[in-house]
Write a protein that binds this ligand. Structure first.
Ligand code: SAM
Ligand code: SF4
Ligand code: SF4
Length: 387
């Protein structure tokens, strides 16, 4: 059997300077990029470490004992993250998602959450503060996260069958413990938006054709009517280590077709502009959407690009700003942040300048050049900038 050889280039070393432009860019609560897309969401990675080794994200053969994670001094401190987040919010960010790696591995995360929960948008509204987790530590932490001010969580779970899930996380972690985490999050009220309305807890399932297609229906059955929204994510060609190939992508349209055979669905309107998931509601006997049965979502980042509405910026664990999940380089905000005399106005100007120049639309380009699925330029890993 031939071994898979994975060439690894450390993109973390490559960064573009975050430059303060000569003409200041003031924070005015609204900032659009070169394609007219507003800056609305900020995803902050709080650690590059994880206790799982999902093959589509941190395959064991790469993320092994020889892999060098970022040293602690490289990580942004909570105060630095909050300072940057404040500037992003002054530019119009209304939603912050904490991610990783596994965000719940970052010590005292509740302290950061409390700091971020205190931020207000320019019109005085609280932020929508959420977190994506593999759920392994959620049963222990849900209550403290809620008390610190977290509104919502999204939990990743790739199947109901224990053998399938243990193989996918590749550390033999059982389904039951994730379900316990989900139950704890529900009990703690981690399914409410910043206005206190129920927006439902979300569960994300990455679908890999060769691995967990037979889990789609059991997952749908389990979460239907539970108040939890299950979302199916197309397996993406993020990073350079997961050995992605198009054959392993099950198009979302097929996921919906499969569920429809057992549970009729009706298409729902997007709940917010720039929403990544297409929504489908479970229908009642008369064919109408039944809110009590809830909904599913599909995130079709491979087969149906949604770059046109992409309003998300990503901040890596050591303070690099990425404008696209598939970017190969980030902008080094930490370097600017740690300069002794840099002001928040400098940071706002630099961030404004970077966002105004943004014209990334990788998925759209991938869709129009289907053959180019092996990029010459190495991309950053998902575990490093978060999903
Ligand atoms: N560790 C946390 C978790 O798993 O939820 C947060 C970080 S993880 C990188 C964020 C999300 O990215 C997860 O829902 C994960 O399933 C998804 N993800 C990772 N690699 C992916 C890939 N190659 N294709 C699609 N989704 C992926
Ligand atoms: Fe860890 Fe999340 Fe990546 Fe799985 S998807 S390896 S849980 S960071
Ligand atoms: Fe946004 Fe990049 Fe994904 Fe397009 S490919 S939706 S620009 S993150």
């Amino acid at each position: 059997m031939s071994e898979r050889v994975i060439e690894l280039v450390d993109q973390r070393l490559q960064a573009l300077a975050a430059v303060v432009p000569a003409q200041p860019i003031l924070a005015q609560g609204e900032l659009t990029d070169a394609l007219g897309r507003p800056l609305h969401d900020l995803r902050i990675s709080v650690t590059d470490r994880c206790n799982f080794r999902c093959s589509y994200c941190m395959p064991k053969e790469v993320f092994n004992k020889d892999y060098t994670y970022l040293p602690h001094s490289d990580l942004l401190s909570f105060e630095e993250i909050t300072r940057l987040a404040t500037v992003f919010v002054s530019h119009g960010v209304r939603k912050i998602r904490l991610t990783g790696g596994e965000p719940l591995l970052r010590k005292n995360l509740e302290v950061l959450i409390a700091q971020l929960a205190a931020l207000k948008t320019p019109d005085g509204a609280p932020l929508d503060l959420t977190l994506t987790t593999n759920g392994s530590l959620l049963a222990r932490k849900a209550q403290a996260l809620k008390e610190a001010g977290l509104n919502r969580v999204t939990v990743s779970l790739d199947g109901m069958d224990d053998a399938v899930f243990r193989a996918m996380n590749d550390v033999d972690f059982p389904v039951a413990d994730v379900l316990e985490g989900i139950a704890a999050a529900q009990a703690a009220g981690l399914g409410l938006d910043s206005q206190g309305r129920s927006s439902g807890l979300k569960v994300n399932m990455v679908v890999k054709r060769s691995t967990n297609v037979d889990q789609i229906l059991p997952m749908a059955r389990h979460f239907r009517g539970s108040g939890i929204t299950l979302r199916f994510i197309e397996y993406m060609d993020v990073g350079a280590t997961n050995g992605w190939c198009m054959d392993d992508v099950l198009p979302s349209a097929e996921v919906i077709r499969l569920i429809q055979q057992t549970y009729p669905l009706v298409a729902l309107e997007p709940s917010a502009p720039g929403e990544t998931a297409q929504r489908w509601g479970y229908a009642d006997a008369s064919g109408q959407f039944d809110p009590n049965l809830g909904e599913v979502g599909v995130i079709s980042s491979v087969t149906q690009a949604f770059c046109r509405d992409c309003n998300r910026a990503r901040l890596s664990t050591e303070g690099k700003l990425y404008l696209c999940l598939f970017a190969s380089q980030g902008y080094d905000l930490r370097q600017l942040l740690r300069q002794p005399h840099s002001t928040d106005a400098d940071l706002a100007s630099a961030i404004g300048h970077i966002w105004q120049g943004r014209d990334d639309r990788y998925s759209e380009l991938r869709a129009s050049q289907v053959a180019d699925t092996h990029p010459a330029v190495r991309r950053v890993e998902m575990s490093y900038i978060g999903g």
